[in-house]
Design a protein around this ligand. Sequence first.
Ligand code: NAP
Ligand code: HSE
Length: 431
Amino acid sequence: MRDMVKVGLMGLGTVGGGVVELLAKNRVEIAQRAGEGIEIAMALVRDPAKARGLDGAIPRLTTDPEEILADKSIGIVVETMGGEEPALTYIKKALRRGKHVVTANKEVVSAHGQELFEAAMIHRCHLMFEGSVGGGIPIIMPLKRCLAANDIDEVSAVINGTTNYILTEMTAKGKDFAEVLREAQARGYAEADPSADVDGLDAARKLAILASIAFNTRVTPSHVSTEGIRAVSSADPRYAAELGCVIKLVATARQDDGAVRVAVAPVLLPKDHPLAAVNGPDNAVLVRGRPVGRVVFSGPGAGRGATASAVVGDIMEIVRQRTRPDKSQCTCFTTKEVLAGSGRPSPFYVRLRLPDGHGALDRATAAFAARGVSLASASRKSADGSGYEFVLVTRSAAEDAVRAAAAEGASNGAGWAVLNVLRMEDGDGAA
Ligand code: NAP
Ligand code: HSE
């Protein structure tokens, strides 16, 4: 066996700690499969005194990034700190100093991928980020390599474990959003500040990465129309079930007349849709391409071991290649128009509170008809003395027209309240 390949680890928390554990536990097999042994030379942390439970596997700790960046014996930097800065600066410095980089940081990759790939190309370094999307699910490499011969029509995904756990619990146990969010935080799925998860930004970042690869054009989180799950009440999953559906936070990127459409929003999926069966903190990514057809990847979307599996896989791939790339590995070689929103007519689920009294439902139906939206069904759900809750299901219609019709009664004094408007997927994902 040759000398050990030395890695500088930046961040020794959930993911970084998992990387240290995995490299120690499978040391011999990893060396055989990669062709060389791999050792963590040093780890950057904020607080060296923190208890980490890594026993003998713990590498030398430092609080000074220069100790890693200036060490010529370190050929690979693994960034598992998280956040935009200083992670971005450290990754750029590592690439400029000729060090290969592995990162699980979707915030940095989704917003700064272009600049990082340019630096990687100039300095002939690998930049790998399998752990940044879908945790332990292999999806970056399959899209870049195994599916690269296809014309990709669509990538749809459940790619935020926190929101999927929350929606799964709300559906199964009829609990409120706020109650399940507290549980998700206690179980360590949601961040202490869970807004990037529940407001859809984490999913938008991951979608931007997947869409950039699938459609070979630069997509950033700012392109993505992003709606989270705060407006989903405990009644919505129950009413969705009565319609044969489940509610999932779905991230979708698809080709539309040469442009790329990107959206993250809660959607009603038929129960036989492949993304409908993904529960708890799991993730799934559906790719539809020609000629391959529909391919679905699923598994643990987050967590120590799962994400470490992706990160260590990237380190091993760099070690295995051992040559410096002579051209960019960036797959964004075209420039396409990128548009926010699904842009596709579909049925919609509209939950309204209508005032007590004759004709309220007729007026609501007329408001939809006036905008060219016909209704497939209208069902009364509950009354509280001052009004009724109705669920309307539209036939396939443009989202703008549905939202405008729903908002009309609320703004013109008719006394409606729009409680929720959600797109419904009308197929099983096979088309
Ligand atoms: P974490 O548990 O909070 O760990 C962060 C680590 O980075 C800690 O060891 C911390 O040091 C260190 N750190 C942070 N800022 C630093 C700074 N300015 N200087 C020096 N050290 C610093 O985070 P994580 O959950 O492992 O996530 C790491 C990355 O992986 C993020 O980009 C995240 O989005 C991504 N990711 C996470 C998961 C997951 O399941 N957790 C899944 C997929 C991707 P101390 O320990 O001293 O505080
Ligand atoms: N907060 C993220 C999630 C962690 O809930 O999916 C994994 O990226």
